[in-house]
Design a protein around this ligand. Sequence first.
Ligand SMILES: *Cc1c(COP(=O)(O)O)cnc(C)c1O
Length: 400
Amino acid sequence: MSLDWIEPAERIQTLPTYVFAHLDELKAKERKKGQDLIDLGMGNPDGATPEPVVEAAIAALRNPDNHGYPPFEGTPSFRRAITDWYRRRYGVLLNPETEALPLLGSKEGLAHLAMAYVNPGDFVLVPSPAYPAHFRGPMLAGGKVHSLVLKPENNWLIDLAAIPDTIAQQAKILYFNYPSNPTAATAPREFFQDIVAFARKHEIILVHDLCYAELAFDDYKPTSLLEIPGAKEIGVEFHTLSKTYNMAGWRVGFVVGNSQIIKGLGTLKTNLDYGLFSVLQVAGEAALQLSDKYLQQVQQRYRTRRDFLIQGLAQLGWDVPKTRATMYLWVKCPPGIGSTEFVLDVLQKTGVVFTPGNAFGPGGEGYVRISLIQDCDRLQEVIRRFKQAGICYQSEVMAF
Ligand SMILES: *Cc1c(COP(=O)(O)O)cnc(C)c1O
């Protein structure tokens, strides 16, 4: 029995369903039928958290000093580890007391930032496709999301010149993310300079999600927003330990940059949470201090899978460009088939799970995102099943 007066607030009801939740239902259905699923849907790394991180967490867990409420703003030690990492990695100097804030995973901070700064009706500029928290956070805050539609012919970069002046003048925040989830696109340094100039000119808070700072290949080094002169006056940058360090379940992230912007987010958060469990902050510190050898191993793992799958898809008619970063391939649907339809068809015929591109906004229609979260033997099985089911890129040979 359901009671019709128990209704979620409009801000929940107007949100489109979270696609991953819907996919979970369909996956469960297939599994029930006995299908051996190969799940390349979510961005959930398959490896174990590095041993030194686990050891640091166990030791910290045994210390009762860590069992109480943590300091709201994070432990001094973790905040310093964050700013030290920035100095080492990018040559960027930050004040650990005011310019770094640990988060309960970066998704939490990305969404709450909108709540801290967006009034109902304010415009927020968000690429389409984008990581869902970048537009769902602003929607929950009552903001008006203005989509910046990304196009393959522009290498999935935001076309700043295409943003109408009237919109830019009213915009409160611009979210962006390179290396990008879902498109795997990377942005040149000049693009970062342009977007900083744009945000400064129109007085827009610039939010960069640098989730894939370390998952880059072939000597490519992603740019930090804060490397750009003047960026810290208007911007913040989010990070997560989920991907690089296989710590998705631990929920550790952080934000750095403009102290005023961070302060507003911190104020909101003191009303919602008590900060990150101190044990996790010790673990986060250990992760940020891991040697380059660990990073090289992770990069090698994703690079090998990338090359393997690109080659396999090539045998089926797909021409997928070599990505320089992230743990994803962004792959065109066969001509004449929409993202959702293609994902469902692939799931039913082969038990392989992709994410439909439109889960990341209408700009992702016509594409699917494939996460490189299984080893090559499973990726080989994906290609084998595709061949068997006759799924390929050429429309005329397709079994649809
Ligand atoms: C995975 C991902 C996140 C989420 O990170 P958490 O710290 O696990 O919340 C944020 N942004 C992007 C672009 C991601 O791909």
